[in-house]
Design a protein around this ligand. Structure first.
Ligand SMILES: Nc1ncnc2c1ncn2[C@@H]1O[C@H](COP(=O)(O)OP(=O)(O)OP(=O)(O)O)[C@@H](O)[C@H]1O
Ligand SMILES: [Mg+2]
Length: 239
């Protein structure tokens, strides 16, 4: 079943089409990779999907509900949560308090929020860091904390924007494993990533953007063999 339908979505900034007439569907339980060169429009599309910007044209449909114009908090309540390309922990708060902030989207009880937070902290393996200040964590753990905080909002669809950016190979491997663990929990994911080996490994399907337009869609094997993709993107990748 398609839980998310992107239908002819465009987003203009003045004369610039950051997203131009983009359509695709995300099926329940899958991991959809979203790739493309810098400035291709990936983050803008996440912003349109999650209510940070209204699309200029087109429709975002989530569980058959039109999402255009809804605010991010309403979008989150309906079951979408995203991480940011630049991690934004509440630096002076502890790990557990950061994750509780996510859980408070679903409950007013601090006791319940703490229980929900602990559950997600286990998923990302930060149990040893409960009372550490978020700002003091190394980057790899900050990324995991970010994932725990959005998981605590109990999303049906999780959108990860370059969650491996700035990580070394060992840390990236842990994030790959985390993404695969989250899939086992039944949560659908959209993943923006420049690390090509990682995106090919985790994605069931991949959409490629280039200059705001959808250049290709297919499974990882089809995408690596696609001449237009190779020319636009893989040819200048770090792979
Ligand atoms: N708020 C904004 N105002 C004006 N232009 C914007 C805004 N947000 C994005 N853009 C422009 O839209 C285009 C797409 O940017 P976007 O951040 O979506 O790309 P991206 O694919 O996420 O790139 P990267 O891989 O570097 O993160 C770029 O030309 C960018 O400068
Ligand atoms: Mg981006």
């Amino acid at each position: 079943m398609a839980i998310l339908k992107i239908q002819r979505v465009s987003k203009f900034f003045g004369g610039l089409a950051a997203n131009s007439d983009i359509s695709f569907e995300v099926q329940q339980g899958m991991i959809m990779g979203l790739i493309g060169p810098n400035g291709a429009g990936k983050t803008t599309l996440f912003n349109c999907i999650t209510g940070y910007y209204p699309p200029s044209r087109g429709e975002i449909v989530f569980y058959n509900k039109r999402m255009n114009g809804l605010h991010p908090d309403a979008v989150c309540k309906l079951g979408m949560a995203r991480t940011w390309q630049k991690v934004r922990p509440l630096a002076r708060m502890s790990v557990v308090d950061n994750v509780m902030v996510g859980a408070l989207c679903r409950t007013n009880s601090l006791t319940k929020a703490r229980e929900m937070a602990m559950e997600q902290i286990k998923v990302v393996h930060l149990e040893q860091r409960l009372d550490a200040r978020a700002g003091s964590l190394p980057i790899g753990e900050r990324k995991k904390l970010e994932v725990a905080r959005v998981l605590a909002t109990q999303p049906k669809l999780l959108l990860l924007d370059e969650v491996m950016g700035g990580l070394n190979p060992a840390e990236s491997e842990e994030l790959i494993q985390l993404i695969l663990d989250v899939r086992k929990l039944g949560i659908t994911q959209m993943v923006i990533e420049h690390n090509m080996r990682a995106i090919m490994r985790v994605s069931d399907r991949i959409v490629v953007l280039n200059s705001g337009e959808k250049l290709a869609e297919g499974n990882p094997r089809e995408i690596v063999a696609n001449k237009a993709v190779i020319q636009a993107y893989l040819g200048e990748s770090d792979a």
